[in-house]
Design a protein around this ligand. Structure first.
Ligand SMILES: [Zn+2]
Length: 268
């Protein structure tokens, strides 16, 4: 009965909002990350992105340049980058994963946030924290426009994947701690062991004054380690697999995807 209801709802949505195939084609043509997804999976991704774009609000900060326009392919592209995270999951799990996400807010630039922190001696420190995006348990996912424009290539940087990875992470806790809810067939101790090894390796590189194999922002917090790893998993899987093969394999089991196998560019 529930299945029939779901199918009816899906059919009603598509009847009211016919899938814009040409715009989806355009969205994929604009972003190498989306073009790399094999056609069959891309078909599912496009339909999910279309639904996502209606279910979640894409809003603009009042100070965002009025001439910046998000046309249908642009909106589809933003939604699809987020929906990449759950592409390997069934429909219900995908919906559930983003149930706590209601709005993506685009702001003009990397924004500053005044941070107050008490140190171990009880002294309060205040500083400006600049970041590309920000995700909190409640409230919108905030993304800076320049970072959005810099996302979509196959270079390991993607602010949409990063911020929505935090949302997945926060599904079982109030903060992004690098420990999202795991599927029943994955053991928490495996997750912990692999991420701890990566974390230790990143810290060791920094201690030696060496460049880290993945963006060193991953070394700033376990939650960032997870989010940055997700960016690499989808947008630079070769680099992640070369640096940390166990982490690539772990995320492959978690996401039920193998982006390494996608890397034959479309031949048109
Ligand atoms: Zn982050």
């Amino acid at each position: 009965m529930l299945e029939r209801l779901k199918r009816w709802r899906a059919a009603r949505f598509e009847a009211r909002h016919p899938f814009p195939a040409a715009e989806w084609h355009e969205a994929r043509a604009r972003l190498p990350l989306l073009a790399a997804v094999p056609d069959e999976a891309a078909e599912r991704l496009g339909h999910r992105a279309w639904h996502f774009a209606h279910a979640k609000r894409l809003s603009r900060h009042p100070e965002l340049d009025a001439s910046i326009d998000f046309d249908v392919p642009a909106r589809l592209a933003i939604a699809a980058q987020g929906c990449l995270l759950t592409l390997g999951w069934d429909e219900a799990t995908h919906r559930e994963a983003f149930a706590g996400l209601h709005e993506i807010l685009i702001v003009p630039d990397a924004f500053h946030r005044r941070v107050e922190e008490m140190d171990e001696f009880g002294v309060m420190h205040e500083y400006d924290d600049e970041r590309a995006g920000e995700t909190s348990h409640q409230g919108p996912v905030v993304v800076a426009y320049p970072d959005l424009m810099a996302s979509g290539a196959l270079d390991g940087f993607n602010v949409v994947i990063h911020e929505l990875a935090h949302k997945l992470d926060m599904a079982n806790s109030l903060d992004a701690d690098g420990f999202p809810p795991l599927p029943a067939d994955m053991a928490a101790r495996d997750w912990h062991r692999v991420f701890t090894a990566v974390w230790d390796d990143l810290q060791a590189h920094l201690a030696r004054g060496e460049a880290t194999p993945i963006d060193d922002y991953a070394a700033s917090h376990p939650g960032e380690c997870f989010a940055v790893s997700c960016e690499y998993f989808f947008a630079a899987p070769e680099a992640l697999d070369a640096a940390y093969p166990e982490l690539y394999a772990l995320l492959g089991r978690y996401f039920r995807l193998d982006p390494l196998s996608w890397r034959s560019p479309p031949s048109d």
